[in-house]
Design a binder for this molecule. Structure first.
Ligand SMILES: C[S@@+](CC[C@H](N)C(=O)[O-])C[C@H]1O[C@@H](n2cnc3c(N)ncnc32)[C@H](O)[C@@H]1O
Length: 425
C-alpha cells in the first residue's frame, strides 16, 4: 500500500533519514519500495517520501524505534494546496474510515510554518461533511488520528490517516528521550549523544538478544542505546580512568533526581540508573585484543579522533612494562597498574578496528563506526577505510563545525579472514 513517511527535521542527522528507514525495514523483514527519488531527497527542503509498504503493522514496527521518522500517513488525498486536497480527496475511503465508530482527532501541520487556530479550523471543517453526526472527538488518546500536512515551499500537501507515529504509544515524547545525555548521572568529555547512539544501533539493525561489542566504550553511551534495545552488551577501553570513574569520567555536575542507588560513579552507573543489565566491560587496547568471543552480531563504536579523545596504543616494545600509581576513585585511594601508551597515526585506529572486527564478527555481522573527515586533511586521510572481509553498505554524514564532519559508516562482514589470502594491516 502507498504510504507517506514524514521525517523529523533534525539538521545534524538529516543524512540518516533514508538509511535508518531502510535498515529498520530490513531488520523487521518489511519489504519497502521507495517511490520517491531518494537522490533528490533533502529533509530540510521537504521531509516527505512516498513508499510502498505491505501493511500498517510493518509501518508501526519501523516507526516504533526510529529516531528520524515522525509519522507515517495513509493518504486519502494529495495536492498542491489545501483547496486542492479537498478536490482530490478519495471521498469513499474517507467516508468509510470516518464511519468506523472510532474516536478521532484531526491535526494540521505545516512544515516550518505555524498555523493559527482559525486557519486550522477552516482547513479541517470541510472534512466534517464525510463524518457521521455522532462522531466522537478525543483530543488526548484518540483511536484514529487524521492529518492534513503541507509544505508551502514545495507545494506538497497530504490529507490522510496517521498509521504510526514516533510517540504513538504515549503521545508525549519519543522512546529514547529518557536516555538524554543532559539527564545522565555519569559523563565523560566525549560521551556520544544519545540520539546518535540510537541511530547507530538502528543502522546496525540490532535486535533483541543480539551480541554487540563497543571496543571504545568510554562512558558507555553507545552500549546504553544497544542495551535499551535489548542486546547483550560487551565493551572495552584502553583508559581505566574512564571505566572506573576518575579524572576522565565524572559524575554529572547537574543534580540528577533518582540517583540515590548509585554508590559508585563509573561506566556501570548509567546502566544501573536506567535499570539496564550490567554490560561486560574489560580494559583492553584494541591493538592487543584479548576478546575471544567471535560471534558478535554487531560492533558499534565511536573511535578516538584526536580532538578530545586521542587514539592511544600500548607501547609495542614495552607491553609488559607497567607503572604503578595511586589514584583516587570515589574518595578511596587505589593502586592502579598502567602500561605506557603512545599515540596512533591519524587513521591507523580505523584499520585496527576493521582488522579486529573481521575476527570478532560473525559472517553477515554489521560494523557501524564514526569516521572523521576534515577538508584540511590530505584527500587519502578522508577516504573511508577498507578491508577485504567487509563491504560498505552506506555512510551517513553528520556535519560538525566548519570544515569537519563525521560519517557513520555501516559495513557488513562478507567473509572470514582465513578465506582471503592477505589481510591488510
Ligand atoms: C570517542 S571516545 C568514545 C566515547 C564513548 N562512545 C562514550 O560514550 O563515552 C574514544 C574512546 O576510545 C578509547 N581508546 C583510545 N585508544 C584506544 C585503544 N587503542 N583501544 C581501546 N580504546 C581506546 C579512549 O580512551 C576513549 O574512551
Amino acid at each position: 500500500m502507498r504510504l507517506v513517511v514524514c521525517f523529523a527535521i533534525k539538521m545534524q542527522y538529516r543524512y540518516f533519514c533514508i538509511q535508518e528507514f531502510e535498515a529498520l525495514c530490513e531488520m523487521n523483514e518489511v519489504k519497502p519500495i521507495i517511490l520517491s527519488d531518494v537522490d533528490k531527497f533533502d529533509c530540510n527542503i521537504c521531509p516527505f517520501i512516498e513508499v510502498d509498504l505491505p501493511d500498517y503493522e510493518g509501518a508501526r514496527q519501523v516507526v516504533s524505534r526510529s529516531v528520524m521518522i515522525k509519522y507515517i500517513l495513509d493518504p486519502f488525498s494529495q495536492g498542491t494546496s489545501y483547496e486542492d486536497l479537498l478536490v482530490n480527496v478519495d471521498k469513499e475511503r474517507l467516508t468509510e474510515s470516518l464511519h468506523s465508530g472510532k474516536s478521532i482527532k484531526f491535526k494540521v501541520e505545516s512544515i516550518k510554518k505555524k498555523i493559527k487556530p482559525k486557519e486550522r479550523n477552516e482547513i479541517i471543517s470541510p472534512y466534517g461533511d464525510y463524518a457521521p453526526k455522532d462522531i466522537v472527538f478525543e483530543m488526548k488518546d484518540p483511536e484514529q488520528t487524521y492529518m492534513v500536512v503541507g509544505n508551502p515551499k514545495t507545494e506538497e500537501y497530504y490529507m490522510g490517516l496517521e498509521v504510526a507515529c514516533m510517540s504513538w504509544k504515549n503521545n508525549k515524547s519519543n522512546f529514547y528521550a529518557k536516555y538524554d545525555l543532559k539527564a545522565r548521572p555519569y559523563l565523560g568529555p566525549t560521551s556520544t549523544s544519545h540520539e546518535l547512539a540510537f541511530l547507530m544501533a538502528n543502522q546496525a539493525e540490532l535486535k533483541e538478544g543480539d551480541l554487540v561489542f563497543d571496543p571504545f566504550v568510554g562512558t558507555g553511551s553507545i552500549l546504553i542505546a544497544c542495551s535499551a534495545l535489548k542486546a547483550f552488551c560487551f565493551g572495552s577501553d584502553i583508559d581505566l580512568r574512564v571505566l572506573q570513574g576518575y579524572s576522565v569520567g565524572k559524575k554529572a555536575k547537574k543534580e540528577i533526581p533518582g540517583t540515590e542507588m548509585i554508590k559508585r560513579y563509573d561506566v556501570f552507573a548509567n546502566f544501573k540508573y536506567y535499570g539496564l543489565p550490567k554490560p561486560c566491560i574489560v580494559a583492553m587496547d584494541i591493538s592487543y585484543p584479548t576478546m575471544l568471543l567471535k560471534k558478535f552480531d554487531a560492533i558499534v563504536c565511536d573511535p578516538p579522533y584526536g580532538v578530545k579523545a586521542g587514539s592511544k596504543k600500548t607501547q609495542p616494545n614495552d607491553v609488559a612494562s607497567v607503572k604503578e600509581s595511586k589514584w583516587k576513585i570515589n574518595n578511596e585511594t587505589t593502586l592502579g597498574i598502567f602500561t605506557k601508551k603512545e599515540s596512533y597515526g591519524i587513521n591507523q585506529i580505523y584499520h585496527k578496528l576493521l582488522k579486529i572486527a573481521s575476527f570478532l564478527l560473525k559472517k553477515g555481522g554489521k560494523l557501524v563506526f564514526l569516521f572523521h573527515t576534515d577538508i584540511e586533511y590530505p584527500p587519502e586521510v578522508n577516504e573511508y577505510p577498507t578491508h577485504p572481509c567487509f563491504e560498505l553498505v552506506h555512510a551517513c554524514e553528520n556535519p560538525l563545525m566548519r570544515k569537519r564532519s563525521r560519517h557513520s559508516i555501516k559495513m557488513v562482514k562478507i567473509c572470514e579472514p582465513e578465506d582471503i589470502e592477505e589481510v591488510t594491516e
